[in-house]
Design a protein around this ligand. Structure first.
Ligand SMILES: NC(=O)c1ccc[n+]([C@@H]2O[C@H](COP(=O)([O-])OP(=O)(O)OC[C@H]3O[C@@H](n4cnc5c(N)ncnc54)[C@H](OP(=O)(O)O)[C@@H]3O)[C@@H](O)[C@H]2O)c1
Length: 265
């Protein structure tokens, strides 16, 4: 029987803890934490993500401010909206929802976000601080992977962690966090689309994390028994069904037995 790392249950517990903490600080007279979100255009997946982020933030007690620009917004208009959020004292951190419409300079826009308000941790200064070993904020998805492993008391120190995907929002920062002395302390292998025969590496993994974006790419034959697998992928197969990068029914029998998560971890 496989151990399922229940990220949904853990996030629910974290949200409840956050709600209590925010209620206390607000009762003591502090302003609520403020989360801003800037969206450009009408990407359907982004609309769903943003709706959920705003809903959860509001439920936890955040003040939220959503700036929504049309698909045709110019670079100058997007940069102006970034400046608005940078200078809004009620917004303590904000997200520029990616992907941005084609034609916009994503690097310039992310670099215009004040590093102190960079809620996603994508600003070059914040990514650089992770490399330098003085992190201010971690990108959310890699931070979620580390938190999930901690909550289930799955050690990373001295383990071989294989990560598939080298995007700057998931795979690359996660590889640094896993290798870091104050972080995962793991031996890390980062694979990507230019690595032929990935099973050479995946079969050696104690922990495998996939952030590739290919439906059900990884099957039982890619792994050895007892491996811990975290599937970050959010994909749709040819029939339009939501699925991950991992062929879950195929790998499920390979993992160890269940234990509940600990949100305090
Ligand atoms: N759960 C979450 O919170 C969350 C957050 C962000 C993203 N996601 C999901 O995670 C997945 C990846 O997102 P992303 O933004 O990181 O993607 P991305 O920027 O498209 O990067 C994908 C990475 O996967 C590599 N890759 C592609 N095909 C591969 C293959 N056959 N074998 C090994 N590596 C391969 C690519 O290699 P190259 O560099 O060589 O092209 C690239 O490094 C998507 O499904 C996305 O929806 C989930």
């Amino acid at each position: 029987m496989a151990q399922i790392l229940d990220g949904k249950a853990l996030s629910g517990q974290i949200l409840e803890n956050l709600k209590t903490d925010i209620a206390h600080t607000v009762a003591e007279g502090a302003p609520p934490p403020g989360l801003g979100i800037l969206t450009v255009g009408n990407n359907p997946a982004s609309r769903t993500y943003v709706r959920n982020k705003l809903k959860k933030a509001a439920r936890a007690g955040f003040y939220t401010r959503h700036i929504s620009l049309p698909q045709q917004a110019t670079q100058a208009e997007v940069l102006e909206a970034v400046r608005t959020l940078n200078t809004d004292p009620a917004v303590h951190g904000f997200i520029v929802q990616l992907p941005l419409p084609q034609g916009l300079d994503e690097d310039q826009i992310l670099s215009a976000v004040s590093p102190a308000k960079d809620a996603d941790g994508f600003h070059p200064e914040n990514l650089g601080r992770i490399v330098a070993g003085h992190p201010r904020i971690f990108p959310a998805t890699p931070a979620g992977v580390m938190r999930l492993l901690r909550a289930y008391e799955i050690p990373t120190e001295g383990k071989h962690v294989v990560i598939a995907g080298r995007s700057r929002i998931v795979g690359k920062p996660l590889s640094l966090m896993m290798a870091d002395r104050e972080g995962g302390n793991a031996a890390v292998t980062l694979i990507h689309s230019r690595v032929p025969g990935p099973e050479r590496f995946t079969r050696q993994a104690d922990i495998f994390v996939s952030a590739v974006g290919r439906p059900r790419l990884w099957k039982a034959g890619h792994f050895r028994p007892g491996v811990t697998i975290i599937d970050v992928g959010i994909n749709y197969d040819e029939e339009g069904n939501l699925c991950g990068d991992v062929d879950f029914p195929s790998v499920e029998p390979m993992a160890p037995a269940p234990s509940p998560p600990s949100p305090a971890a």
